[in-house]
Design a protein around this ligand. Structure first.
Ligand code: PLP
Length: 420
C-alpha cells in the first residue's frame, strides 16, 4: 500500500476510537484536581482501571473469595478456575506456546528478579550480561546484585542523540562469555521502541539467552513472544488497565524446566520432608505462596478490555495524541524534548530551560494535569543525558485531543510563571 494511503487509513482507524464511550468505564476520569478537570497523563507509571476490573474485584470479594489450589470446596475451586482461566488468557494475549510458560509474579520487577536469581544462579564468574543505558532500575539492579554474588560482568549498550540504541555497538559486545542480553522493548523515559526482534535474532545466533522487559510495550503494542523469539518477556498488569500487584514472566518451557526455583514455600512443591523436597511442575514451581489471585482474576478483565478496544487502534489513537502534544510543546520557547527516535511509544519526556522538573510538575498539577517528574527509575539514563530528570507525559486510550491541548496550555502557563 502506498505510504500516503497507509497514513490515511491509520488516521481513520484511530478516529474510530470512541473516547467518550471508553471514558464511561473510567469514572476516576470525571474527578477534579485543584478545581480543574483531571487530565491524567501518568499512564506510563500506572494506567487507570476500567469498571469491569473494579466490578470483578468486588464480585470476588463479595461472593467467591477463597484461596486457590488448596481446597476441594466449591469456593476454592471457583477461584482456582478463575485464576487459571486468566493464565490461558495471558497465554493467548502474548501467543505463548503453553500455559506452563506463564508465571504470575507481583510485577515486572519481580519477574526480572526471578530470572536473575534462578537462571542467574547458573552463571559463572566472568560470564557477561548485556544491558542498555535506557533500562529501568528493575532491569539493572537485579543483575548488579547477581554480579556482587557471582562476579559476572555487566556490559551496557549506549544510545545515539535521538535516543535510539547503538545496534552496532550492541552486536560488538557479544563474545564467548556472553550468557544473557536483557533489554527493554520500549523505554519508559524516551519512548524509543527498540528493534527487539532483530536484537533477539542476533543474540540467538550467538547462542545467547534473551530477556525482554515489556512493561512499556505491552500496553500499546501487539506482542507475540513466539514471533519475537525471546526466551523471557516480562510485564505488569497495572500498566495495562489491570490491578496493581500482578505481573507476568513469560519463559520458554525448556528453559524454565531446567531453572531451579527461586522462592520456597507452599504451592511450589510436590513432596516435602525434612530430608528432601521435590518441586511442583511448571508454572507452579515458580509461584511460591498465595498469589494475588483476586488481582489475577481481575487482570483477565483488563485484557478483555484491551482486546475489545483493539490494541492496534489503541496505539494509533495514543500516538496521534502524543504527536499532537509534542508539536504543541515544541512551539513553547525553552522546551527541549528527550527522545526523538523514529519509532516511539506514546511518551513525551521534556524540560523547560533550566527549570527543575519538580517545579514544572507542581505547576501542572495545580492545573489538573498529572504528569510524572524525576528520574523515572532510570538514573543511569539521566546521567547519560546529563540531566537530573524530566517531566514525562504519557498517553492511554482514554485520553483525548482536548487533554493533549490541556497539557500544552498548562505548560505554556507554567512557562509564563517560571520564566518571568
Ligand atoms: N521496566 C520498565 C520499562 C518500567 O517502565 C517499569 C515501571 O515503570 C518497570 C520495569 C517496573 O515495573 P513494576 O514496578 O510494575 O514492577
Amino acid at each position: 500500500m502506498p505510504k500516503g494511503i497507509a497514513l490515511l487509513v491509520r488516521l481513520i482507524v484511530s478516529l474510530m476510537i470512541d473516547t467518550e464511550f471508553i471514558r464511561k468505564e473510567f469514572p476516576i476520569l470525571e474527578r477534579t484536581v485543584a478545581g480543574n478537570p483531571l487530565v491524567y497523563l501518568d499512564n506510563t507509571a500506572t494506567s487507570q482501571a476500567p469498571m469491569r476490573v473494579v466490578r470483578e474485584i468486588e464480585r470476588i470479594y463479595t461472593g467467591m473469595r477463597a484461596n486457590v489450589h488448596r481446597g476441594v470446596h466449591t469456593l476454592s475451586q471457583e477461584m482456582t478456575n478463575l485464576q487459571e482461566d486468566c493464565r490461558e488468557k495471558v497465554r493467548q494475549f502474548v501467543n505463548a506456546g503453553s500455559i506452563e510458560e506463564i508465571i504470575f509474579t507481583r510485577g515486572t520487577t519481580e519477574a526480572i528478579n526471578l530470572v536473575a536469581n534462578s537462571l542467574g544462579s547458573t552463571f559463572k564468574t566472568g560470564d557477561e550480561v548485556i544491558l542498555t543505558v535506557m533500562e529501568h532500575h528493575a532491569n539493572i539492579v537485579p543483575w548488579q546484585l547477581l554480579r556482587d554474588r557471582t562476579g559476572i560482568v555487566l556490559k551496557v549498550v549506549d544510545i545515539n542523540d535521538k535516543g535510539e540504541l547503538d545496534i552496532e555497538q550492541y552486536k560488538s559486545l557479544f563474545n564467548d562469555r556472553t550468557v544473557l542480553a536483557s533489554f527493554c522493548h520500549v523505554s519508559n523515559v524516551l519512548g524509543t521502541v527498540n528493534p527487539v526482534k532483530e536484537m533477539t535474532a542476533f543474540a540467538k545466533s550467538k547462542g545467547v539467552t534473551v530477556l525482554i522487559d515489556g512493561a512499556q510495550a505491552i500496553p500499546h503494542l501487539k506482542v507475540d513472544v513466539q514471533d519475537l523469539g525471546c526466551d523471557f518477556y516480562t510485564f505488569s498488569a497495572h500498566k495495562m488497565y489491570g490491578p496493581s500487584g500482578v505481573g507476568v514472566l513469560y519463559g520458554r518451557k525448556d528453559l524454565l524446566e531446567k531453572m531451579p526455583p527461586w522462592q520456597g514455600g507452599g504451592e511450589m512443591i510436590s513432596v516435602v520432608t525434612f530430608e528432601h523436597t521435590t518441586y511442583a511442575d511448571l508454572p507452579f514451581k515458580f509461584e511460591a505462596g498465595t498469589p494475588d489471585y483476586i488481582g489475577i482474576a481481575a487482570f483477565a478483565k483488563a485484557m478483555e478490555f484491551m482486546n475489545e478496544t483493539g490494541i492496534r487502534e489503541m496505539e494509533e489513537h495514543e500516538m496521534r495524541l502524543c504527536r499532537h502534544a509534542e508539536e504543541g510543546l515544541r512551539n513553547i520557547d525553552g522546551i527541549k524534548i528527550y527522545g526523538e527516535a523514529d519509532k516511539k511509544g506514546p511518551v513525551i519526556s521534556f524540560l523547560l530551560d533550566n527549570v527543575h522538573p519538580y517545579d514544572l510538575g507542581m505547576l501542572l498539577d495545580k492545573q489538573g494535569v498529572e504528569v510524572r517528574t524525576g528520574h523515572h527509575c532510570a538514573m543511569p539514563l539521566m546521567e547519560r543525558l546529563g540531566i537530573p530528570g524530566t517531566v514525562r507525559a504519557s498517553f492511554a486510550v482514554y485520553n483525548t485531543l482536548q487533554e493533549a491541548e490541556a497539557l500544552i496550555t498548562a505548560v505554556r502557563r507554567a512557562a509564563a510563571i517560571l520564566q518571568f
